[in-house]
Structures are given as structure tokens and as C-alpha cells.
Design a protein around this ligand. Structure first.
Ligand code: MRU
Length: 343
């Protein structure tokens, strides 16, 4: 089965699958500087919460190797400045801050410049490897939720290229394929950046998973007429009470699922939980450039001067979420159950 991957550490640089160009062009870019990493994250060359975290972690590695200092305290200071800079690339996905915090810990503990460089590289590679294992475990825990012939709806791309491998919301589809279970996926196109149309369909088709593309406005009609059995999405940040931020449109799907009596699942690794954020109202929601809404592929579709609101994420409240599928199993979106995951 062909399961694409998006981030690699190769020859002292980051090799990224450029997700802006998919599905028409499969092109890899090489990042050799910290500002290039910042731009790749901000411009969505790499996107998806875990993949952003992994890329930023490798950005810290680049920083450590680029700064020539042999004085460990001086090197720590320079690398921590770069880490702080990378943390400003996108605000919503907590995996970015989670990964950078993990890297910062390693930086501050280094006893020499040489060991700092060695240790940050091992840590970034560990973050990447762990994410692959975690995503596979999420897929395994999700599998029993679906039976042969089920039709499942998703939005955005919480797939292999949004993580180290397998994805979160898409992991059960790859694993069900391995187990000979046939699931059909209905992928919402995901305006305005079209992660569903461009990336989820591309990924699933390569793996031979049955996928049908719909526009976001077709979700209610499709749930009803195609007898959708469940909705599953990823998350960018799960608050302590289970409210979950994910790609804009997710909240609407959760409301629809509730009204049709369809289970609505969030698939997310523990690195996406933020116990320091009490609820969804406290999650920072990124607002992106108006051109994403007023233009399609560089072609203007709205009158010049029109006002545009372009939030990249919304929050599905815990009350609409049936369960959150993690690497430790499925948890109820409730404060106590979530806290127990981390106990
Ligand atoms: O703006 P994006 O494309 O980075 O948004 C991505 C999502 O909303 C994903 O669903 C989420 O990050 C989970 S990826 C496993």
C-alpha cells in the first residue's frame, strides 16, 4: 500500500513534500535555514498539527547546526531565540508548541555545544518516530468503530502527510485496507484551502481506499442520502474539557452529525491535548489572508474591496463529540477522563 510521507531529515536539511502544489505536482523542497522553516509552516507547504510540530523540531536542529558557536551557553541562547521565532509561525495547532517545548528542554540541558547538536537531532527524530507509532495506534483503536461497508465522512486532511505517517482521522482507513475491511470515505473539499479536495482524496486514492469528494455545502444532504455511519476528523488542539479545534467546517459537521444521530469522533494524539487551555473559547483561532477566500487558484472570485472573514479553524464543543480516539484508546470528551489520560 502506498502511504505518502511529508517530512524527512536528509543530509543535514529538511526535505518537505510541498503540500501547496498537490495533487498536480509532487515536488519536494529542501529547507536549510530557520526562516525557510518558518515560511514553509506559515505558507502551508507543510501543514497538519503533528507535521508542523515535527518540522519545527527539525527547524531547531537546523538552528543548532547553523550557529557556529562552540560555547554551549551562547549556542543555547541562539537556538532558543530561533525556537521562539518558529513558535510564532502558526497559533492554533498546539503540537507546534509541544514539539518546541520538548526541543527547548533538550537544549537547556546540554553540557556542551557538540552534545547539544547531537541531542537535538536525536530528539527531533524521536518525535517523528513516536508520531508514526502513535498514529498507527490511533488507527488500531478506531478500527472497531467501523464495519465493512460503512460510509464515513471527514474534513480537511488529517492524513499521513499531516503527520509522520498514517495520519489520525485517516489512520483507520489505511489499517482497514490492510485488514481487508472496505470503508468508503466522503471527503469534504474544505474551503478555502481545499485540503480535502487536494490532499485527502490524493492520499486515499494512492492507498486504494474508496473516496468520494463533496463540497462542504453538500455535507447534510450526503449524510442523509448516503447513510453516513460516522464522522471522523483530526484536531489542532483539544482543550482540558474536550472542546476540540480543527479545520473550519468541523463545528458544522459536528452539529449536523448530532442532528442525524451519527457518531462524531475526533482522532488526536496526546500531543494535541492542551490541559493548560480550559475550554474551546480559550483556543487561539488563526485568521488567514483574505485572498484565500476572495480568490481561487489566484483568480479573484469576489468583488474588489469586499470584506472577508477567514478563520482557519473552529471549535467542536465537547457536547457534540462522541469520543476522542487517542493512542491510549478512546476517551470521553470530559475533563476527568482527559486528565486521567495524562495521570
Ligand atoms: O490548516 P491546516 O491544513 O494545518 O489544518 C489541519 C487540520 O485542521 C487537521 O485536521 C489537524 O491539524 C489534524 S492533522 C492530523
Amino acid at each position: 500500500m502506498n502511504i505518502p510521507q511529508s517530512v524527512a531529515w536528509e543530509n543535514g536539511a529538511i526535505r518537505l513534500l510541498d503540500q501547496r502544489r498537490l495533487p498536480h505536482v509532487t515536488e519536494y523542497v529542501t529547507l536549510e535555514t530557520v526562516p525557510a522553516v518558518f515560511d514553509a509552516i506559515q505558507s502551508l507547504a507543510v501543514r497538519g498539527a503533528p507535521a508542523i510540530g515535527i518540522t519545527a523540531a527539525f527547524g531547531v536542529v537546523l538552528s543548532a547546526f547553523i550557529h557556529p558557536s562552540s560555547d554551549v551557553e551562547e549556542l543555547k541562547e541562539q537556538v532558543l531565540i530561533d525556537s521562539g521565532y518558529l513558535s510564532q509561525s502558526r497559533p492554533t495547532a498546539v503540537n507546534l508548541f509541544w514539539a518546541l517545548n520538548r526541543m527547548n528542554e533538550v537544549v537547556v540541558q546540554a553540557a556542551s555545544a557538540e552534545s547539544l547538536r547531537e541531542n537535538v537531532l536525536s530528539e527531533a527524530l524521536a518525535i517523528q518516530k513516536e508520531d508514526e507509532d502513535v498514529c498507527r495506534a490511533i488507527g488500531e483503536h478506531a478500527l472497531p468503530l467501523f464495519k465493512d461497508g460503512d460510509r464515513v465522512m471527514t474534513i480537511c486532511n488529517a492524513g499521513s502527510i499531516a503527520t509522520a505517517k498514517y495520519g489520525t482521522a485517516l489512520a483507520p482507513f489505511f489499517l482497514s485496507k490492510e485488514h481487508g475491511i472496505n470503508l468508503s470515505v466522503y471527503a469534504c473539499e474544505t474551503r478555502p484551502v481545499f485540503q480535502g479536495a487536494r490532499l485527502t482524496t490524493w492520499e486515499l486514492m494512492q492507498a486504494g481506499v474508496d473516496v468520494t469528494l463533496i463540497t462542504d455545502s453538500m455535507a447534510a444532504h450526503t449524510m442523509k442520502t448516503k447513510k453516513i455511519s460516522a464522522v471522523i476528523t483530526g484536531a489542532d488542539r483539544v482543550a482540558a474539557n474536550g472542546d476540540s479545534a480543527n479545520k473550519i467546517g468541523t463545528f458544522g459537521l459536528a452539529v449536523l452529525a448530532k442532528s442525524f444521530g451519527i457518531p462524531f469522533y475526533i482522532a488526536a494524539p496526546l500531543s494535541t491535548f492542551d490541559l493548560g487551555t480550559p475550554n474551546g473559547d480559550a483556543i487561539p483561532i488563526e485568521e488567514r489572508d483574505p485572498s484565500e477566500v476572495a480568490e481561487v487558484n489566484g483568480m479573484r472570485i469576489a468583488p474588489e474591496g469586499v470584506k472577508v472573514f477567514n478563520p482557519a479553524f473552529d471549535v467542536a464543543p465537547a457536547g457534540l463529540i462522541t469520543g476522542i480516539i487517542t493512542e491510549k484508546g478512546i476517551v470521553k470528551p470530559a475533563e476527568r477522563d482527559i486528565a486521567a489520560l495524562f495521570a
